[in-house]
Design a protein. Structure first.
Length: 150
């Protein structure tokens, strides 16, 4: 390898480290995730949050109790997924990616929460490769609006 190629490779490596070491806006926050004891993907999402530096308390509910909790929290039925997390004064329904969480925390919109409806492949906690954009929505009361596409 010649000197120029070595320098280009080194620059790429160092640049990658700088990006990888960017601290998450979630670091140091506390969260409560409500999930079913039998759902593995929910556990994957909890691990994703912990890897971002979030202190996560997990509370286990069976499916009917989880639906009742989401009714009490006024999570619209059309945006529901398998688990819900309370963090920084917001509700986060489902496998919401880091970019949407960071946008929520940096912009602090007037929403009850955000959601990634369903259980799409390739998002935090869900195995597989993400092959298409996903619409994260914001919700407040019965209102559901686009929040961001990832």
């Amino acid at each position: 390898m010649n000197r120029r190629k070595a320098l280009v490779s080194l620059f790429g490596f160092v640049s990658g480290l700088a990006v990888a070491q960017k601290p998450s806006l979630l670091r140091g926050l506390k969260a409560i995730t409500y999930k079913s004891p039998t759902c593995g993907c929910c556990g994957g999402y909890v691990e994703f949050l912990k890897n971002q530096g979030v202190q996560v308390e997990v509370r286990l509910f069976n499916e009917p109790e989880l639906d009742t909790l989401k009714d009490k929290l006024a999570v619209p039925k059309q945006v529901r997924s398998c688990h819900i997390t309370q963090i920084a004064g917001y509700l986060v329904e489902g496998h919401v990616p880091l970019a949407a969480l960071e946008k929520l925390l940096s912009s602090r919109p007037r929403l009850v929460g955000i959601a990634l409806p369903g259980m799409p492949v390739g998002v935090p906690g869900m195995p597989g490769k993400n092959t298409k954009p996903h619409q994260v929505v914001g919700f407040s009361g019965k209102s559901v609006t686009p929040f961001m596409t990832i």
